[in-house]
Write a new protein. Structure first.
Length: 167
């Protein structure tokens, strides 16, 4: 199940949160930049000190236990971030689905039930929310993890869906 909340993802109240990031260990823009500033262990330890190569990260995840006792996950849903500069989408839908499924399996093993997300992959990475929402529905149905999507961009989810259906 997916529910929507208009709020700041960094103030999440669910069992855990996840965001999409690239495999280059930058976390220098978008939601990843806020994650790096708010939860530095997600960058310093989970991302930069991962034993996975850049190529191995795509479609996988890393995580950190946060100071608030909750979990934060980096889902490697894009290999690079430079496609946006030449009009290409950085998001890899297959990598997002594989990484998100892995996160949900991990959460279930820890007896967690809810995962907070941004409009994952649909900001700087260039994804289409209508496609991503379908991925979230499939993963939620198969893993029984509930998603709470934070839409802090001032638009309603209906406006986002409508805008993305035009492209």
């Amino acid at each position: 199940m997916i529910t929507y909340k208009t709020d700041d993802l960094m103030k999440f109240t669910e069992d855990a949160f996840a965001h999409g990031c690239n495999c280059q260990s930058t976390m220098g823009s978008g939601v990843a930049k806020a994650v790096r500033a708010t939860y530095p262990d997600m960058y310093d330890f989970a991302d930069c000190k991962s034993s996975m190569s850049k190529e191995q990260k795509l479609g996988n995840y890393t995580y950190a236990e946060l100071t608030n006792g909750k979990l934060g996950y980096n889902i490697y849903s894009q290999f690079d971030y430079r496609g946006r500069y030449v009009g290409k989408m950085d998001l890899d839908y297959g990598a997002l689905e594989r990484g998100l499924t892995g996160v949900c399996i991990d959460l279930a093993s820890k007896e967690k039930k809810t995962l907070a997300l941004p409009l994952i992959g649909c900001g700087l990475a260039g994804g289409n929310w209508n496609v991503v929402e379908g991925i979230l529905n499939r993963v939620s149905d198969s893993t029984k993890i509930d998603f709470v999507v934070y839409t802090a961009n001032g638009k309603t989810i209906e406006e986002i869906r409508d805008n993305d259906s035009k492209r």
